[in-house]
Design a protein around this ligand. Structure first.
Ligand code: MG
Length: 318
């Protein structure tokens, strides 16, 4: 059990996501060499190029969801899903510094100013068509942005799981993408709601029965023998983040640092793996356990800083 409050843990999920993202940005796809002696430094650069402390598309897209979660419209209602879809289109037009392949294919097929009712349905249908055409839509782009969903209904695992899948399906129709979001959200939701160290295995029972075989390696622990890079695939990304989360012990601030360092050390999609890792570590320990040097430096689209994320996370769960 942690002594952090529920609000602090919710704030930690968002701040951890952002701090992980910004710490991984400089090393994404080896844009800069990573020195394990120094650990990840929020020096910017990367694919943006980004300013020091600036977060990337992972946190930007998560904030599209978080802002609706903070409104009076439930994120799993047709209106809420439309608002999230609308947010994604606004982000693509105004804020996107980097856009994942599948996300670009789906969002790019819609009119940039599409604001009509049923937008989420149209987006979901385009994602399904892309999946039917290519058979390959299990990238990590839904998992990377999923954390805020875990804060919306903190005492309702089934509703959280349903929302996680619906929002994944806006851009990623492969059920593996939805599964990974259900599992990671349940880990965060339990951590925030109950003050325990929630894990993705906790969400196994929230997957439809026919989906569980795909995650047998998670259930029996044999995922630890699998390769953790490349990690653009959502299943590998989840295992990579879980590996990083497990490289922690002791003092919460040291744990956060160690977990993010382990995520970045895996290489490949460093910002996304560190963002996913940070969202769970932040939910475990609370925002106050994330080093202030990091929370004081993060910032990015649509104009938030660390203090803003802290308020937003606490507000959503409140
Ligand atoms: Mg990114």
């Amino acid at each position: 059990m942690t002594t952090a409050t529920r609000a602090d843990r919710a704030a930690g999920a968002l701040l951890g996501l952002a701090c992980g993202d910004a710490a991984g940005v400089p090393y994404e796809y080896a844009t800069a060499p990573y020195d394990p002696q120094r650990g990840p430094e929020m020096i910017g650069g990367g694919l943006g190029p980004y300013a020091p402390g600036e977060w990337s598309d992972d946190t930007q897209m998560a904030l599209c969801i978080a802002r609706v979660a903070a409104s009076n419209t439930p994120i799993d209602s047709p209106e809420g899903l439309d608002a999230i879809a609308r947010g994604f289109l606004d982000w693509l037009r105004e804020g996107a510094t980097d856009v994942g392949t599948q996300t670009r294919q789906v969002l790019g097929a819609l009119q940039a100013d599409d604001d009509g009712p049923g937008l989420a349905e149209r987006m979901t249908m385009l994602a399904a068509e892309l999946h039917a055409r290519s058979g390959r839509t299990a990238g990590n782009g839904a998992l990377m942005r999923t954390a805020p969903i875990a804060l919306a209904f903190p005492d309702d695992p089934e509703r959280t799981a349903r929302a996680a899948r619906l929002i994944a399906e806006l851009t990623h129709a492969d059920p593996l993408a939805g599964d990974s979001c259900v599992l990671w959200c349940e880990a965060i939701r339990r951590s925030v709601a109950d003050g325990v160290q929630g894990r993705p295995e906790d969400g196994f029972g929230l997957l439809p029965a026919e989906r569980r075989d795909a995650w047998a390696a998670l259930a029996d622990g044999t995922w630890r023998q699998s390769a953790l890079a490349p990690n653009g695939f959502t299943v590998t990304a989840l295992y990579a983040a879980l590996h990083a989360v497990e490289q922690t012990a002791g003092d919460p601030a040291d744990s956060f640092r160690a977990g993010i360092a382990a995520a970045v050390a895996l290489g490949d999609d460093t910002d996304t793996i560190a963002a996913i890792t940070g969202s769970l570590l932040g939910a475990w320990a609370g925002a106050t356990a994330i080093p202030a040097q990091r929370t004081g430096a993060v910032h990015g689209w649509p104009g938030y800083d660390g203090a803003g994320l802290r308020e937003l996370g606490a507000y959503i769960v409140g």
